[in-house]
Design a protein around this ligand. Structure first.
Ligand code: NDP
Ligand code: GDR
Length: 330
């Protein structure tokens, strides 16, 4: 039975990846940091019904001793580094924390692997945000980077360190340059989930309007369930490499709103407002990925349309709010 170690297992991708690897017969160990709200950190794993099948190990990307200890104890075949301060907007408020966790934290993990278990295969969660102020209309593995936020700059450092550990030490280290991917388990602060949660509240009469920031930015959105499959496929290759993972379709926030509200029979224009206070100091206006290499080499392609995914998210948020409402009444 192969063993995988996942950092960030309590996040969206960590939960979906854990479920995928368990299905494939892996032993799955997840790094989880200490929280005062311990009953809530594992709710995504619980939602997918896999909590009792994963092992959680206490540790933190900022504490390299915890990483070395866990890697020595577990001896993983595959290590997936998904942990990060992952919210772009927050990275301007906490640039040093973001640099420490999202940038240096990754290298703490690479060092732990190199020192304690260098035969492990390593996945680094890189991001389309590294393209930032895009240098080509469609971004692929060869497109120059231009990060536009402390988050993107930290991810770029971790990305190049992945390449560096591969070339310097021969680690089997791959970097997945993933474009935005969403699901019912997406954090509520990200725009897709904020919108689908807003739709559910408005539909159920719990709210009347939804304040967003820039409605004109566009993103290449896929489903997290599809994207974690690409992570696994990368680590099954003989030779480690870097891959863009995307759908090849870009859609504006405004159009996302139209789709989400329409799914519940509502007109977004009657409810959505754009507030200057939610604009970012520097925006990434457009992202559109070319997943050609992933298709050619990994045999990977996205299988879920934006419309189906947003529909799934709206339905999940409607169900959550209805259940909460019922619980309050009983
Ligand atoms: P989430 O924000 O949902 O999850 C982040 C995870 O990192 C959580 O499990 C969190 O733990 C953990 N974490 C944060 N700080 C630390 C720390 N100091 N030590 C250990 N764990 C920590 O992110 P996603 O699942 O959406 O994304 C997974 C990864 O992929 C991230 O690195 C993200 O930057 C990257 N990425 C995501 C994309 C997307 O569209 N989703 C696209 C491209 C890249 P806790 O629960 O305790 O907060
Ligand atoms: P992003 O995702 O920054 O692309 O990073 P997010 O959903 O936060 O923003 C996408 C776009 O929507 C615009 N926007 C808003 N965003 C949020 N969060 N809230 C709003 O109210 C709002 N209104 C408009 C933003 O300005 C932006 O243009 C995500 C994260 O998962 C990263 O970790 C990951 O690396 C990238 O995707 C790829």
């Amino acid at each position: 039975m192969p063993t995988a170690l996942i950092t960030g297992i309590t996040g969206q991708d960590g939960a979906y990846l854990a479920a995928l690897l368990l299905d494939k017969g892996y032993r799955v160990v997840g790094l989880a940091r200490r929280s005062a709200s311990a009953d809530r950190v594992d709710e995504r794993l619980r939602w997918l019904g896999v909590l009792d099948r994963v092992e959680l190990a206490d540790g933190d990307l900022l504490d390299v001793s915890s990483l070395i200890r866990i890697i020595q104890d577990v001896g993983p075949d595959e290590v997936y580094n998904l942990a990060a301060q992952s919210f772009v907007a927050a990275s301007w408020q906490q640039p040093l924390l973001t640099g420490s966790v999202t940038g240096l934290g990754a290298v703490n993990l690479f060092e732990a692997v190199r020192l304690a278990h260098p035969q492990a295969r390593l996945y680094q969660a890189s991001s389309s945000e590294m393209f930032g102020l895009i240098q080509q209309p469609v971004q692929n593995e060869k497109t120059p980077f231009y990060p536009r936020s402390p988050y993107a700059a930290a991810k770029l450092y971790a990305h190049w360190m992945t390449v560096n550990y591969r070339e310097s030490f021969g680690l089997h280290a791959s970097s997945g340059i993933l474009f935005n991917h969403e699901s019912p388990l997406r954090g509520i602060e990200f725009v897709t989930r904020k919108v689908t949660d807003g739709v559910a509240r408005i539909k159920l009469g719990l709210a009347d309007s939804l304040a967003l920031g820039n409605l004109d930015a566009t993103r290449d959105w896929g489903h997290a369930r599809d994207y974690v499959r690409a992570m696994w496929l990368m680590l099954q290759q003989e030779v480690a490499d870097d891959y863009v993972i995307a759908t090849g379709r870009t859609t504006s926030i405004r159009e996302l709103c139209r789709i989400a509200f329409a799914h519940a029979g509502l007109d977004y224009a009657a409810h959505v407002t754009s507030s200057a206070s939610l604009m970012r100091p520097a925006e990434v206006d457009v992202l559109l990925g070319d997943p050609g290499k992933a298709k050619r080499v990994l045999g990977w392609q996205a299988t879920t349309s934006l419309e189906d995914m947003i529909g799934e998210m709206v339905d999940a948020d409607l169900a959550r709010h209805r259940a909460r409402h019922l619980a309050l009444r009983t």
